[in-house]
Design a protein around this ligand. Structure first.
Ligand SMILES: [Zn+2]
Length: 119
């Protein structure tokens, strides 16, 4: 495995930044960014292939149809859940005439839990 990738955005080399300039004298060019796979984070992320978000999104926009065809979604997916409402005793403060009074009230907490863990 090499320790670098070239940015996969086909237009990376057309973006005008000092960091892309290579060459000397009259032979200067803008070059595709070389991505050092120097950290675990980069090697295991999309940024192993794209030098930044701009290049990632340019690629996704240009190849959106191909990207969508990698794993077509023809219908929605569903995750079975259980919605649990629990009542809890709590307090709030009621202000009147410059004084605050602690007043009990019942709050309802709604939580969602997965019925069975999938993926
Ligand atoms: Zn790039």
């Amino acid at each position: 495995m090499s320790n670098y990738n070239w940015c996969h955005n086909p237009s990376c080399h057309t973006i005008e930044t000092q960091s892309r300039v290579r060459g000397t004298g009259d032979n200067k060019v803008l070059r595709t960014v070389k991505i050092a796979l120097s950290s675990h984070y980069i090697r295991n992320s999309i940024y192993a292939y794209f030098c930044n978000q701009n290049c990632l999104h340019s690629f996704l926009n240009k190849f959106r149809q191909e990207v969508a065809n990698i794993r077509p979604v023809k219908q929605p997916s569903e995750t079975p859940i259980k919605v649990v409402k629990t009542k809890e005793q709590s307090h709030r403060y009621q202000y009147s005439n410059g004084e605050s009074n602690r007043v009990p009230y019942t709050s309802t907490r709604t939580s969602i839990s997965l019925k069975n863990s999938q993926e």
